[in-house]
Structures are given as structure tokens and as C-alpha cells.
Design a protein around this ligand. Structure first.
Ligand code: ADP
Ligand code: MG
Length: 410
């Protein structure tokens, strides 16, 4: 078999692996099941696409979103990898099935809902499965932030193909979720590879909300490059986009799941191609978007969790150049979030409350934001990062004991 490094150059045109990519690829090529925990933008796709191109047989990729699959399809095909998907949006099922059965496919993308159907197992038995890649693997865990019950049915499917290694991939997994992924997908403990989570070029800042439009307009004046602003609702997205465009004279577009598909696609394409556009969006925007030069990510309200915050802010500065992550929050955000938690099914409330408490700690800490983030992901941080609001400009600490003494003695 061709050497992995040579294949990296030939297929992808890259000179070297990044971080733990090499370790993950080596394990997969050796047929060892693996859980790769790597930050967003670290290059997880390559860790199964490269083995898929080298190993005899097909790599079956479980992916939660059709849009995500199609982005991956395009980029894999652009690299000359034979890839196809079986989704409701694909018309060429017949060809795909034939190609799979003839061993002509490197990658076969499928959603968990389809993978878990009995017909899919029958199909797989008609070809050769080299590898299972489970993308966004935290969806298998109730502890993760995007639980998808159908991920639980992947284990029985994969158990039917003992010759195929399993590669689970996620960017966002605390210790609890990781352990759960290993168990739910049947990957041995020693199969876990964790990359560093630090994104040193991102400057984190978290501020009280005064007037969001004014604060965002100011941010946009200071930072002329491409940016993403996350807003909590579709209505807020549209209001903010219009208002900010008027106020700043910059190109600003909205993105949310309520817009027609064509409008979404057009706005997304315009954003990816632009050097100065700002996208105001709900969290429907971002997954699978490959734009390395996003200079800022702003949150106009609190995100859902630390995991979500890390993933969303992680879309800034993938090119390694300086980038900003700014959150504007108000106490009302937590009140509303607690209200929402009280409405979810009881079994999930405890986990959701823990997630909110962790987020509150990040928002309220007077100490290093990065340290808190990294510790959350089980990484031991340096004492001060020098690139977050609290390290650069330590908040004035009121000495409450001194104050109390004065008040009492007055
Ligand atoms: P993830 O799924 O971890 O968020 P992707 O697989 O989408 O990340 O990869 C992010 C970007 O990094 C892509 O543009 C990809 O082409 C690029 N990339 C991946 N591996 C390498 C590498 N070894 N050298 C340079 N660029 C890489
Ligand atoms: Mg990915």
C-alpha cells in the first residue's frame, strides 16, 4: 500500500499532517478502531478520507446533515476520491448502489436514520466495507449536546461487519461524553486520540449587553474582515441584519432555516467568497462551512452551552491569523434559558442545568476565559493566556470584605 504521507501529497496536496491526524490515520490503516477528538477545523475529514482512498473497499460515513454530506462530497470528488451519498436529495441511487457493489466507491455517505434500517445492512453485505466513519459522534450520547437516537443503532449495524474498523469523530466531548461514545460505539478505551483544544489566535471577550446593535456596529467598524454574528431567533437575525447594514454601510446578510433554500445557498456562497461580508445567523449556519479567513464571531446572546460556544467561535481564524470571539450577554438570557430547560423532559433536565451552570461560570469568571474553556475539555491550561479580555485587562476586583467592614462600622 502507498505510504500515507505520499498519499497525503498526491491526493490532497498537503505537505504534512496536522497534529494528531497522522496518529489517527495510522491507527485506521492498521484496522484499529479509534475515537478522534479534534477541534473544529483541525481536519477530521481527512482522517477517514485518506484511508478510504488507500484501503480496499468502501468507507461508510455516517453524517447527521445532508448539507454537510454534500459539502464533503464536493471536496472529496475535487480530490479525485470516488464518493457518493444515499439521501433523499440524491437522484443517482441506482448508480451509487452499483458502484458500491462493484467496489468502485471509496466513500459512501449516509444519515444515521437510513444506516439503521435493515435494508442498509443488506446493501452493505453486497459490497465490501473497509471502514465505518461516524462523524459528529457526540450525537450518540445523551450527555452530548445534540443527542440523535438513531446513532444508538449504529453499534448493532457495525457489529455485523467485524472486519471493518470504526472511526468516531467529534470536536466537542467532555470526559463523560467521550466515555459514553466509546461504549455506545464499541471502541476500546485505548483507541481514543485527543488533540489539543487551544486556539491561541482567537481572542475571547465576553461583555454585558447594553445596546446590541450599537455594540455590534462598533465591532464591525473595528474589524473590517468577514464575520459571523449569531442571534437567538429568526426575527432577531433579520432585524439585526437590516439594521447593521444601514448603520455600518457594510454588506450584511441574514441566514436562518426559515429562509428559502435558494436564498440560504446564495447567502452562504456569497459569504464564503467575500472578504468583508458579515453574516447574521441562527446556529443553523456554520456546520461544514469551509472559510478559513473569518475574522470575528459574535454572539448577540448566550449560546446553548460551552461546547456550542467553542464550536461556534471555532469558526473564526482557521487560517491561524488573529481573530475575535465576542459575546454580548444579559442576565435575561439565563432566565430564558432556565425557563426552556424546565420545559424539556425530566430525564434531560439535570444535564441541561449543568451545561447552563458551566456557561454561567465562563460568562462570570474574572479569570482567564481560555483557561476555563480548556479545563472544560480536560486540558490543563497555562495560568494566563494573554489573549482574552480578562488577561489583557483584568477586571477591577471590589474587595467586598473591606466594603462590608466600612458599611458595618459606619
Ligand atoms: P473538521 O471536520 O475537523 O472541522 P475539516 O476536515 O473540515 O475539519 O478540515 C478543515 C480544513 O483543514 C479543510 O479546509 C482541510 O482541507 C484543511 N486541512 C485538513 N488537513 C490538512 C493538512 N494536513 N494540511 C493543511 N490543511 C489541512
Ligand atoms: Mg467535520
Amino acid at each position: 500500500m502507498e505510504d500515507a504521507r505520499a498519499a497525503l501529497r498526491r491526493i490532497f496536496g498537503f505537505d504534512s499532517f496536522r497534529g494528531v491526524q497522522e496518529q489517527v490515520v495510522a491507527r485506521v490503516l492498521a484496522g484499529q478502531s479509534t475515537l478522534a477528538v479534534m477541534p473544529t477545523g483541525a481536519g477530521k475529514s481527512l482522517t477517514y478520507q485518506l484511508p478510504a482512498a488507500l484501503l480496499p473497499g468502501t468507507c461508510v460515513v455516517i453524517s447527521p446533515l445532508i448539507a454537510l454530506m454534500h459539502d464533503q462530497l464536493r471536496s472529496a470528488r475535487a480530490n479525485g476520491i470516488a464518493a457518493a451519498a444515499l439521501t433523499s436529495a440524491d437522484a443517482d441511487w441506482r448508480e451509487t448502489v452499483d458502484a458500491f457493489c462493484n467496489g468502485a466507491l471509496d466513500l459512501l455517505y449516509v444519515a444515521p436514520e437510513r444506516a439503521s434500517q435493515p435494508g442498509f445492512r443488506d446493501l452493505l453485505n453486497r459490497g465490501r466495507v473497509a471502514l465505518f466513519a461516524v462523524d459528529e459522534a457526540h450525537c450518540v450520547s445523551e450527555w452530548g449536546h445534540d443527542f440523535r437516537p438513531d446513532y444508538r443503532l449504529l453499534r448493532p449495524l457495525m457489529d455485523g461487519f467485524p472486519g471493518a474498523a470504526r472511526l468516531a469523530l467529534t470536536a466537542t466531548a467532555d470526559a463523560h461524553t467521550r466515555a459514553d461514545i466509546l461504549e455506545q460505539l464499541g471502541i476500546p478505551q485505548e483507541g481514543m486520540v485527543v488533540a489539543g483544544f487551544d486556539r491561541p489566535n482567537i481572542r475571547y471577550a465576553i461583555r454585558h449587553r447594553q445596546s446590541v446593535p450599537a455594540q455590534l456596529a462598533q465591532l464591525m467598524e473595528e474589524e473590517p474582515g468577514p464575520g459571523i454574528i449569531y442571534a437567538p431567533t429568526r426575527r432577531k437575525v433579520e432585524e439585526l441584519a437590516a439594521q447593521l447594514e444601514r448603520q455600518t454601510g457594510r454588506e450584511v446578510r441574514p441566514y436562518h432555516a426559515g429562509l428559502p433554500v435558494e436564498v440560504r445557498a446564495e447567502n452562504q456562497a456569497a459569504f464564503v467568497a467575500s472578504e468583508d461580508m458579515v453574516m447574521v445567523a441562527t446556529i443553523a449556519f456554520g456546520m461544514g462551512i469551509d472559510k478559513p479567513d473569518v475574522r470575528f464571531v459574535a454572539h448577540a446572546g448566550i449560546p446553548k452551552s460551552i461546547e456550542a460556544y467553542y464550536q461556534e467561535t471555532g469558526r473564526a481564524g482557521r487560517d491561524g491569523d488573529p481573530a475575535l470571539a465576542v459575546m454580548f450577554w444579559g442576565a435575561g438570557d439565563f432566565v430564558a434559558a432556565r425557563q426552556r430547560v424546565s420545559e424539556v423532559e425530566e430525564a434531560r433536565q439535570k444535564g441541561e442545568h449543568k451545561r447552563l451552570a458551566a456557561l454561567a461560570a465562563l460568562v462570570e469568571t474574572p479569570a482567564c476565559r481560555r483557561a476555563l474553556l480548556l479545563r472544560h475539555f480536560g486540558e490543563e491550561p497555562p495560568p494566563s493566556c494573554g489573549n482574552c479580555d480578562n488577561c489583557l485587562d483584568p477586571p477591577a476586583m471590589v474587595d467586598v470584605t473591606e466594603l462590608a467592614r466600612k458599611l458595618l462600622s459606619a
